[in-house]
Structures are given as C-alpha cells and as structure tokens.
Design a protein around this ligand. Sequence first.
Ligand SMILES: [Zn+2]
Length: 420
Amino acid sequence: MKKTIKIILLGLFLMTAIAVGWTTYQFNTYRPRVIEKAVNPENLGYFKGIYTDCRKSFLDEALKQKDLYEGVEIKNLVIESNIDPDLSIDYCYIPAQTSFKRLFILTSAVHGVEGYAGSAVQQMFLRELVKEINLDEMGLLIIHAVNPFGFKNNRRVTENNVDLNRNCSTKANLYLSENKGYDELNSFLNQRQRVSFTSFGNFFFPVNAIQKILKYSMGTLRQAVLQGQYRHGKGVYYGGPDLEPSIKAVTPLIQQIAENYKLVFSIDLHTGYGENGTLHLFPSPLKDQKKKEKIETIFSGQRIDWGDSEDFYTVTGDFTSYLEQILPEKYYLTMTFEFGTLDTETTMGSIKALHNVMMENQGVHYGYKTRKDERLVKSRFLESYYPSSDAWRSKVIEDSRQTLSQVLKKYTEINAEDEP
Ligand SMILES: [Zn+2]
C-alpha cells in the first residue's frame, strides 16, 4: 500500500516537473509565427531608427503638400514637461479645397513607442495616398506623435507614467474609477525591486502567470489588467489623476479644425496587440446601428473586430471615444488600427507581452540588477511594439496602403445629411 502511494506521488511529482519545465522552456524560447509574405523594399524606407528621424521625414512629406493644395498648415504644439524642454506634437492640416464637409483625422503614437510604425504609415499616407483622394469636400488632419515623450524614450506611456489610452475623458470621475481585479493583482504585476532575469520569480514567471489564469480565467484576467487603473501611479496601464498635457494640447486643435465640418472620421494607429503581422480593426463600441452600418460600408470586405472574439477586452479613458466627447455636434466615426506583433491571441503570446510590459515598467521605476538585464528588457520591449522583421514592417505599409486607400474612397460617399 505504502509502495503504491509512493509511486503515485512520484508520478505526480514527475508530471508537475515536466509541465513546469515545458512551460518555462516554451516561454523562454517563445517566438511569434513567421510572416509568410514577400518583402517590398520600398516599404522599408518609411521606417526610421529614432524619433527625431521619424519626425523629420513626416515634416518633409508634409511640406510637399504645400505646393499642391491651398491653405496647408504645418505646425507644432509644444508639450509642457518637467524634464524635456523640447517636446512637441506636429501636425499637418490640409483643408477641404472647395466646401467643408468631411474631415479625416489620422493620429500616431498615443502609445509613444508604437509611433515608429504609426509615423511610417503617416509618411506613406502623405506621399502616396493624399494625391489619390478627392479633397474638394474633405479635409485631412494628420497628427504626428500624440505622446512625443514616449516615442522619444521608447515608452508606451508619458513622462508621468500615464497610458494616454486610459487617460482621456471630459469627466473627472474617470480618475476615481475602481478596478478591484487590478488591485488584487498589483503585487504580481508591479514588483518593487530591481529587474533581474536570473531571479527565481522571473525565471518561473510563466508558471506563476498560468496559475493566475487558472484561478481567475483568461478573460477576467485580461480585462482586469488591461482595462486601465487610476490608483497605482507606478503601475502598468495607469490612467493618471487628470488629463495629460498632450491631450490638453490636441483637444482645442481638433475642436477648432473640426468646427467647419459636419462629419469627422478618425483612425488611431497602434501596434502590439493581436496576431503577428496582421492589421486588426477595432471600432469603439457602438449602440447606434446606423453608425455601425456606415463603419461596415467604409470597411467593406475587411474583418472588423466588433468585440465578439475571445481575446476581447474593454478600456476606460481611450483616445478615440474621447474625440467623440469633445466633438458632440459632429457626426463622428472612428476606428483603431492595431498591428499585431506577438500573437497575443495565444496564451503564451499574451503572457510574453505582459511580461515585457511589466519588466520595462519595473526597470524604469526600480532599475536593473545588471547592464545585461537592462539591455534585454529594453530590446524585448521595443521588439514587442516595433519588430525588427522586414516582413512585419513591409506588411504594415502594404496593409495600410490597401486599407486606407479603400477607406478614404468609401468615406467620400458617406453623408451626414440623413442623420439627426
Ligand atoms: Zn497602443
């Protein structure tokens, strides 16, 4: 009898050891799926290595529009900062050339580090697509780097550790929102010590994460972590105590420019969430059936993620919903473009993505044990939002070119006249 118990216990121990070993191995050697698409070398030219080069290329493309259209405005909004006197959001506004009917807004780097791809898409848009669009009744507002600090310093967040896509609201009660699920996970998500990859906790991070998934379920966990929180200032996905300077700066700009137009359609460019090399389309949740139909017309033939997929989550204080709040008189439509990188629809991909975000945040607040830890954290983080893969970069431009070109043509056929 004793012998049988011993054998069962040994069997259980071995099975656990194999499961832990397998999970740890999978995690430490994780790579997203390979993108099977030929690289177009011309597309790669839009991608730059640092923020200042992205900014310069954007402004160069914007300047060329001055020779082609009437009333082109290229300016920058200076962002107040305690540490960097040279932070600004640049924009290019091309007004409708005969009558003001529709406005299209294209924004990048609400999450700073995602701006490399965002800027590349905006440069391509200015160079290749603007000339194809009928601008008689449509104006274009292209805003470069809504979060210039994050872009410049390879962070998603602002210098106040605020995630701008959790920060935006005209109502102050956003900043009093509670997120009890996050509070419970706070000590797991935000460790208060120097980052070390050789630490026990880090090495076995995936095992710990899977335990949490089993305890709470993937959906609950994803929602709690990602929806946004307003209590832990040094934590990940922090929405801040008030509107951030960047948002305060773009608000009057967007309101003033939108003033003359009846319809406003905005696209906000992001990277990092979803399947590697895939452009995901995330609309704001819509109750208005007519608006939903209009979005479906604009994006006809494309897969829109209306929130029915398994890895869906909602956020509070997002930028595109905020634009609707500050433009109450307008017929407003919006879409978020999300270029996937780490296959976050898979369990291992989402654990990896979360780990990268946590390590980067921890490093900023508490430092690193060694230079190697710092290098690894920073390169993995950058790779999650700005992959070095030529195939990924080429596809971002290819998909944007094709989708934006279609979308802008369809948008010229949309009318607000029949709307209340
Ligand atoms: Zn983003």
